[in-house]
Design a protein around this ligand. Structure first.
Ligand SMILES: *[C@@H]1O[C@H](CO)[C@@H](O)[C@H](O)[C@H]1NC(C)=O
Length: 180
């Protein structure tokens, strides 16, 4: 009885270590799978509206509005260990207090390889783009980057950058009200 039990124990310990090794092998091998995705990001001149001028926005912070074009081919990131992709467009800039900020202005989840081509023209920021210190005045021009986050079936999340604006985009003087 005793030996039978310890044999079962040994066998299951062996099985689970096999399993662990297999999962580790999948995770490691898929790390080297797939190639670098390609893409381009274009940002139109940004508009900033002063907090007070907009009744619609009750906050005390200026709001920036960004129009963008994004084209990308994310198909290279889809392989058998790709569960889904999280793609985001992020603005990176240094505010007037010298603080480095990264703000997600748009994102998308892609689950299938056939949806991996992005062609967005005249896209708008999906999330409110505000500066915590209330104003974009004297904020350095921002760089905009398209990034991905690959969620695998097995293993750890992988991050990467797909494209970035070649020239930084300045924040203009805040306008009092919405231009038509
Ligand atoms: C976005 O695409 C349109 C159509 O191709 C083009 O006219 C416009 O200049 C592009 N904007 C930017 C910021 O790249």
């Amino acid at each position: 009885m005793h030996t039978l039990l310890s044999r079962v124990n040994n066998a299951s310990a062996f099985m689970s270590s096999c399993m662990m090794t297999l999962l580790a092998a999948i995770a490691i091998s898929s790390f080297f799978l797939g190639s670098q995705p390609t893409g381009e990001v274009g940002i139109s001149p940004v508009k900033v509206f002063a907090a007070k001028g907009r009744r619609h926005y009750s906050g005390k912070q200026d709001a920036a509005f960004v129009n963008f074009n994004v084209t990308a081919d994310l198909a290279p990131l889809f392989h058998w260990n790709t569960k889904q992709l999280f793609v985001s467009l992020e603005a990176e800039y240094t505010n007037m207090h010298g603080v480095q900020n990264t703000v997600v202005i748009w994102d998308k989840i892609i689950r299938r390889k056939q949806d991996a081509q992005l062609h967005i023209e005249g896209g708008k920021n999906k999330y409110a783009f505000r500066e915590v210190s209330t104003s974009f005045k004297d904020v350095s021009p921002a760089s905009y980057a398209l990034k991905y986050n690959l969620m695998p079936y097995v293993g750890v999340l992988q991050y990467g950058e797909i494209a970035r604006t070649s020239d930084d985009v300045p924040f203009p003087e805040a306008q009092a009200k919405v231009a038509s």
